[in-house]
Write a protein that binds this ligand. Sequence first.
Ligand code: DLL
Length: 438
Amino acid sequence: MHNYFQKEMETMPVEQIKALQSEKLVKLVKRVYDNVEYYRNLMDEKGVKPEDIKGVEDLHKLPFLSKADLREAYPFGLLATDLKDCVRIHSTSGTTGKRVVAFYTQNDIDVWDDCTARAIVAAGGSNEDIVQVCYGFGLFTGGAGLNGGSHKVGSLTLPMSSGNTDRQIQFMMDLGSTIICCTPSYAAYIGETLKEKGYKPEDNKLKAGIFGAEAWTEEMRRDIEKNLGIKAYDIYGLTEISGPGVSFECEEQTGMHINEDHFIAEIIDPDTGEVLPEGSKGELVFTSLDKEAFPLIRYRTRDICVLSRKKCSCGRTFIKMSKPMGRSDDMMIIKGVNVFPSQIEAVLLNEGYAPNYQIVVDRVNNSDTLDVYVEMKETDFSDKVKDMTKKEKQLSAAITAMLGIRPIVHLVAPKSIARSEGKAVRVIDNRKRLGITI
Ligand code: DLL
């Protein structure tokens, strides 16, 4: 038996989805052209008028929007309604430059809550569930997004926010939480803490987790599933396009269905901007169709992934996106080789290490260096230097086989790498501090 939150939408035949998208797109383009000077200027520069857009097949004629545009238009330049119609803002956690501020009308919040409700139902949630939301609440969209969806589903919602892990565990155990929502790195940390407190995976009542907001590997999924005794579902989203729930995983756990009644996804070549056919790897671009306050057309996410329309056993017809392999900005170029942190994570977990690691990149004597700090498990920790050196060499060889460049591996004491309660910081690139542009 498959469960849907909005079956009529989630299982709509593809031709109907396209027709619905076309109808919404035509109206949206006219609305932003008439009301938002920034869009009007961009479209005029490209020589495209609202009348040129007759449906989704004309989407490629419209200009892209990038994070730089959002910064330039900060704070009100892309607002498409009166400020008095807006009820909330959220903002990205960016550390450089101006933050992005996204505005929401009440209807924008309702649509967004529907999206996260779909994700919760797809993970097996219902009004009989107890949903522990330990994404951060505040400007970050994680907490508010899953909280709203959980209310819509009618689940008992625990708005925990992130952090205070002892309290998370106390509530989880005393109230019997059945679904947990947080970043995968925090889920791993909660699993580790439960174990330390002497709990076995079967001692908790959790059945599912809804994890996202950062890149994570299949190896990490298996690790979390085993340690918490749950099924771990992926959820994706970004502040600019509303927040979590732009796409979500179903019971098949092979990619995330994009809520296509609200968003159009495209994959482009990040260098040329050319739209690539389904199945190609490239940069994900979103157009929001229903957002009133802060609609974005052809927004470049910088996330690299693949789209697939392969029939899904869950019955949903919405296109699926693969796990993003990290943002194009996460990609490191080390000695000329493209390296994603997720590749290193996959090797570490395959080799039996816990996902507690940090990658440090530097440049010494004009040559790039790659150091990987990996925590030992308590059980493997040895005070014999010889044993440790051997293990370091083995791990370095395994990473070299994956990347084609040799890292220096440092096995460090258990608990010596800081745990994450939100988005984990996996990479320290000292070359940036040296003012080197990579
Ligand atoms: O991270 C929204 C979110 C909250 C998603 C909770 C899922 C769960 P931002 O802070 O604006 O919004 O960051 C968005 O995070 O462009 C991706 O690079 C990354 N990201 C989000 N979800 C995933 C995921 C939220 N499931 C940026 N896998 C996005 C990999 C993800 N990366």
